[in-house]
Ligand binder design. Sequence first.
Ligand code: ATP
Length: 270
Amino acid sequence: MSALVIRNPEAPALEVRGLKKHYSAIEAVRGIDLKVERGEIFGFLGPNGAGKTTTIRTLVGLLQPTAGDIFLGGFSLKDDPVEAKSIVGFIPDRPFLYEKLTGREFLRFIAGLYRVYDDEPETLEERIEELLRFFQLEEWGDELVEAYSHGMKQRLVMSSALLHDPEIIIVDEPMVGLDPRGARLLKNLFKERVRGGGSIFMSTHTLAVAEELCDRIAIIQEGELIAEGTLQELRIRAGMGDDEAARLEAVFLKLTTDEEMIDVVDAIRG
Ligand code: ATP
């Protein structure tokens, strides 16, 4: 795919300062700070209800934070929302698609909404074909979206999020619904993007994926970050620093549950 253009290479890909989001009395996110560097795949983990989706929706400007500042590629989401959003590709966990459009029509429609290649219709068509090919949807491009399987819809949404070649991809649960081939395709895409200077922020419950892909990981629990770092740093934080073989799953359980619970989980697994 084409080379990635980074607007403010000296700025971190993502910076979050003192982010809070309350839904009336529910304090879903209670003041978190985060920094994602360029060329990094950053994993955002946490138990159900911890505040992952809420955080992600504020990062992409879909939810207004209660407090705090968000900078995307050096642009303030508050002061410079159009620039900030223009360099991000967002892949939600439950994508919305227009079922009565074909795949190609959907991509043209999204490009029109975001004014991508507005004055370059030929470049747009090339980009659409490039993405359909990459996501192995080429032969389905003229079929109605309603005929697509769940995994194909996921791949179409990913294509739409990449139309404008974003510097930062923010993705909520990327692997859900993808078959092993689709999952491999996506992992390769993420790796290729970061090699080119792009950055990925992803939430996931699939710890094996986080372990394989992420350079650094943050764990959120009850709206607060309880740990952040490389897998080895998280091992140390969990008191498992001398166990190089400790998998992320064990580290995650240790950090997010009490000892008693881990014993119960171990006993169930035999
Ligand atoms: P999961 O892993 O289950 O998807 P999550 O980490 O993404 O969870 P969130 O969906 O961000 O967690 O939810 C965080 C908290 O905020 C939960 O207590 C949830 O019930 C609450 N919450 C989320 N959305 C809303 C909403 N629109 N109105 C009120 N409360 C909400």
